[in-house]
Structures are given as C-alpha cells and as structure tokens.
Ligand binder design. Structure first.
Ligand code: TNX
Length: 497
C-alpha cells in the first residue's frame, strides 16, 4: 500500500512491520520538546481516542520520543521501528508531527504506524497560501480552520488580503472610519465585517502555534474603492475600463459609484490619489499600525491591476510605498506589476502571470531580483486556488485557466521566468480569491485537493516530483482528510481511499 505522504519527504525508506499505539504508548520528551509533545498528544488523542502520557523517562519499546534540537531550520527526522524517534527544531518537530499524522492508520482501538525512516527538509523557505477576506469576509474561526488545513501540508506563510474595492477588514485606531464605514459590505451584497486588533492578534498567535507567519496585505494604489466610503479625500473618482464594463453587463453587476459600496467584482477602476498629501498621511498611519501589529517580517502592499493609473504615477507610488514600508522596518511584498518601478531595495515580487509569461510580466519579475529582492511564484494558470477545476464546477472563476489536480501539480517554479536565477525564487504561494465562495465548505471545495499539489511544489525536491506518485499518495491521503472532517472536492481521476 502506498504511504499517504504529501508533500513527499526528501528521503523515505520503508521496511516491513508496524508499531501499534495502545493505552501503554507514552510520549517521551527530550530537550524541552514540551510544546511539540503536547501538539502530538492532542493529535493522537483526537485521531485514536487514546491520550498518551507525556513524560521524561527512560525509553521503552512502543514509546514515542520527541527530541528537540537547537539547530535552526525546518528539517526533521522520523524513525518508526520498535519505538518512534522524532527529532528536529521546533518547526521541524511540528512538520514531523504532520508527517506522523499522515502515516497514522486508526481502527477504532488505538492506531498503527508503519516502520519507516524519513529525513526531510523543505525545498523553498516561503510556502504560502492566501485567503481573500476582502471580497468575502471570513471570521476568525474560519481563518483558524484555514490555518489547520494549510499547516498540515507544511505551508509556513498565511497571506491575508485585507482590503479591496468591496471592503476593508482591519481596525485601524488612527482611522476609525475604516472599520465603521469601509468594512460593512462585501461582494454581491454579502455581509461585511472586520477584525479588531485583538482578532488579528489572535490569528497571528494561532498561526504561529502552527508555524505560520502572517503576511498582511493592504492592496494599493488600486483596489481601494472601499477606502472612499470613509475617507473620500484619499481616493480618485472611479474610472471605467472595457473589462469592467463588459463584465458588469454580462454578469449584471453594478458599476462602481463614488461614495457608495461597490458590490461587483470588476477590477482596475479605483485608485488612491497618488500625489495627495492626505494620501501619504493616511498610508503612514495605516502602515505604521499594521507594522506594529505584525510580528512577521513582511507587509504586502498590493500593486496589481491599476488599469486607470498612468505608468509614471504608478511607478512613483510604488517607489514611495515600498520605501515607506522599509522605513517602518518591514520587507515589502508586491504583485509583480510593481517591478516596473524602482522598488525599495529587497522588495519581494509575487508573480501571478501565466506559466508562459505575457507582455512585460517576466521583465517585471526579474526587476525584483535585480534590486536585491526575490520572487514568490503564484502563476495564475496553475497555482490559483480560486479557478474552476473544470467548466462545470459550480464554484470559482475561470479567467486564468481550468485547473485540474494534474495542472496544479505539474509546473516548475524555477523555469517560468527566463533569466531569473533559481536562488532568487523565495518560494511558492497558492492564492484563494473569494468572489465566488461564502463558507468554509466552499473553501474546502476549492482548496482540496489542489492545495496538496501546491504544497508539494513548494516543499519536495524537484527531482522526486512525479504525477503518478503524487496522484496515488493524495488518493491515500483522502482518508486522513475525511478523518479531519475536511471534505472538499474528490475528482474522479483519483482513486480515493
Ligand atoms: C485577479 S491576481 C486579481 C484579483 C482577483 C482575481 C480573481 C491579482 C493580483 N488580482 O483582484 O480577485 O484575479 O481570480
């Protein structure tokens, strides 16, 4: 039987036999591995119904030893034989526990772990998922559920798209009207909402216990219609474009009107006033508070789809906003269009073009590396989690591609942008935009199983990646997702366990 390991570890050596988990199973803690031991105990209790004792003692057959090493990094080793030996730094132990959870078979009375030796470390240091909480607002519990799913596949960054034309989602003390007036709506008239600062801190805390860094995004200078509901002096009047007009008539969605909530999903019609003094006071206030709230190193400042903004204005805005972010002590991230500008040294680009770059997309992406930064790869025709699997799929958009599981799996981040050195690729992210989804169930439908493909692209050595192997392993992992209550889509080309 194939082991349900996704993402595939760097090295897996199977042998015959299995270790049974029983009421006698103990977790032995070595070198202050208490945090990891308690995560493991919780996971085993939930999955097997048996809660192992956590103790410091001499190892006996059948025990699970959790040994914390002080060396940094995300690697871990897992040996399952007479006993279990798990070793790694805090993050490594967390990943080893996720692997152990995938290997665990349960049968109502305890569980079984196959004899195996695993040594593992990630390929890319940035492995992200994005949730768009602006088009549709998702509450803290839903964000936590998203973290559970992503961290089980060893993603380590959670990008939150906190603002867009349809709503602003974070309390900002110096600009109280954002929460009061800009957050009450969402796309298609769905309920709005925002995170209080305590909500946001709780998301950050929960993410960090799952070894995920929160990357907050305030999308600028476009995607800013909602700001105008609270601070009209900051924004330009809406600008129509052909795509917006065509889409709005085809989908019977309203056009943007200054000072009124925008409920459609057309893009490229809004901008803050690029040169206005009030704009920059606003941005300094907002980004200062955001930087204070964010323990992680990054602030994402958007930069996408500014269709109505003159190139010179766009470039000057990006130059200034990335410099401001750097001044606030954070590393800016921006969508790849921002590469047209003199971004602040070290700015990270997020590439969302096709796997066959069009227009200036490849040039834009290379600029980040030329200015001492790096690039996160999110090609929209393979890594976008919001696109439909097939034409009949009820959720999702289809402007980038129909993305079945194989398409989500079979792409190589280092060969998309010619001339971008592979060391300049920081990692991979799968964005989930929320125009067509409303519930956690909808999220699961779009992310499972494709998020597993993105996880493997981000984690596993390039030379070991192979579709047929992945297909079989992901099929076997279905039972683990079922056990967790993560239903999602189960495409019929996969043999689900
Ligand atoms: C494009 S990709 C967008 C978003 C939409 C998404 C829908 C990118 C950086 N911007 O504004 O939500 O398409 O798929």
């Amino acid at each position: 039987m194939v082991l349900p390991l996704v993402p595939l570890p760097s090295s897996v050596t199977e042998s015959t036999g299995a270790l049974s988990l029983t009421t006698a199973t103990r977790i032995i803690v070595e070198n202050d591995a208490d945090a990891a031991a308690s995560v493991l105990a919780d996971m085993l209790a939930e999955r097997t119904g048996l809660r192992p004792a956590v103790t410091v003692d001499t190892v006996q057959p059948g025990d699970i030893v959790v040994r914390r090493t002080t060396r940094q990094g995300e690697k871990y080793s897992l040996r399952i034989g007479e006993e279990v030996q798990l070793e790694g730094s805090d993050a490594g132990l967390f990943y080893g526990i996720q692997t152990l959870g995938q290997l665990l078979a349960t049968d109502g009375e305890g569980g079984r772990l196959p004899h195996v030796e695993i040594d593992d470390a990630p390929r890319f240091s940035y492995r992200g998922v994005m949730l768009d909480v602006a088009r549709t607002f998702f509450d803290v519990d839903t964000v936590k559920a998203f973290i559970d799913r992503a961290s089980s596949l060893k993603f380590n960054h959670l990008h939150l798209h906190l603002s867009d034309d349809q709503g602003w989602r974070l309390q900002i003390d110096s600009r109280p009207l954002l929460a009061e007036r800009s957050s009450t709506t969402a796309v298609l008239g769905r309920p709005g909402g925002f995170y209080t600062k305590d909500d946001f801190r709780e998301i950050v805390r929960y993410a960090s216990t799952h070894h995920m860094v929160v990357v907050p995004e305030i999308d600028l200078p476009g995607h800013t219609h909602a700001i105008g509901l609270a601070y009209p002096e900051i924004v330009e009047a809406p600008v129509m474009n052909d795509g917006l007009l065509a889409q709005s008539s085809a989908l019977e969605q309203p056009l943007p009107v200054a000072g009124e909530p925008y409920l459609g999903w057309g893009v490229g019609h809004s901008s803050v006033k690029i040169h206005g003094g009030a704009t920059w006071e606003f941005l300094r206030d907002v980004l200062t508070e955001l930087a204070e709230l964010t323990p992680g190193p990054y602030l994402h400042v958007g930069g996408d789809e500014c269709l109505g903004t003159a190139q010179a204005d766009f470039d000057s805005f990006i130059e200034r906003v990335t410099a401001l972010t750097t001044e606030l002590g954070k590393t800016p991230i921006a969508w790849h269009e921002a590469g047209s500008a003199q971004v602040a040294e070290g700015t990270i680009g997020q590439y969302w073009g096709s796997t066959t770059p069009a227009g200036t997309h490849a040039d834009d992406a290379r600029r980040f590396a030329e200015r001492g930064g790096s690039v996160i790869m999110s090609p929209s025709n393979t890594a976008y989690l919001d696109q439909k699997y097939d034409a009949d799929f009820p959720l999702g958009l289809d402007w980038a591609a129909l993305i079945d599981l194989q398409t989500a799996y079979e792409w190589e981040p280092t060969t998309i942008v010619d001339g971008l050195p592979s060391e300049a690729i920081l990692g991979v992210e799968g964005p989930l935009w929320s125009e067509t989804i409303e519930t956690l169930d909808d999220i699961d439908q779009l992310i499972f199983p494709r998020v597993a493909a993105i996880a493997e692209v981000a984690w596993s050595p390039a030379e070991t990646r192979e579709w047929v192997s992945f297909r079989d392993r992901v099929g076997a992992l279905g039972a683990v997702w079922d056990a967790a209550g993560w239903e999602g889509h189960r495409p019929t080309e996969i043999a689900w366990s």
